[in-house]
Design a protein around this ligand. Structure first.
Ligand SMILES: [Cu+2]
Length: 150
């Protein structure tokens, strides 16, 4: 009886994990510049070109603290590399995570020295997230039950 019960609870555990894992893995985390990180001497246009950013995804800006920072700006500031006068807007942790909460165009630049004018700026377009892009958790559960011959 005890063995039958523990076996049953294992199955329940697997079902719970299978059911919830698609939710956890829903947003993709993009490390800006990949292993190059957030720095000068890198083309972020090319980096962004082959990616589709969706609502719920996040950007991670990685750099040495004090060497760079991250400002979210508008299109004009991006074009002209205008650093916002309110310096408290800057992210400067060296591992800044920005969750893409809404669709549309987003612009980011580094406010240190001439970094922006030498190319340390990133423009992306965020598209609405779609349900069909991730596998349905219901189907997973059905498959699992089928495998256990319930
Ligand atoms: Cu910089």
């Amino acid at each position: 009886m005890a063995m039958a019960l523990s076996g049953y609870s294992n199955v329940i555990m697997i079902v719970i994990v299978t059911f919830f894992s698609p939710c956890i893995a829903m947003g993709t985390e993009y490390v800006v510049g990949d292993h190059h990180g957030w720095a000068t001497g890198f083309d972020y246009n090319i980096w962004a070109a082959d990616k589709v950013f969706k609502v719920g995804d996040s950007l991670v800006f990685r750099y040495e603290v004090g060497q760079h920072n991250v400002y979210r700006v508008n299109a004009t500031a991006f074009q002209n590399c205008t650093v916002p006068s309110n310096h408290s807007e800057a992210l400067r942790s060296g591992n800044d995570v920005i969750v893409l909460a809404s669709p549309g165009q987003k612009w980011y630049l580094c406010g240190v020295g001439e970094h922006c004018t030498t190319g340390q700026k990133l423009a992306i377009t965020v598209v609405p997230s779609t349900i069909s892009s991730s596998p349905s958790p219901v189907q997973h559960t059905k498959k699992l039950f089928g495998g256990f011959h319930f």
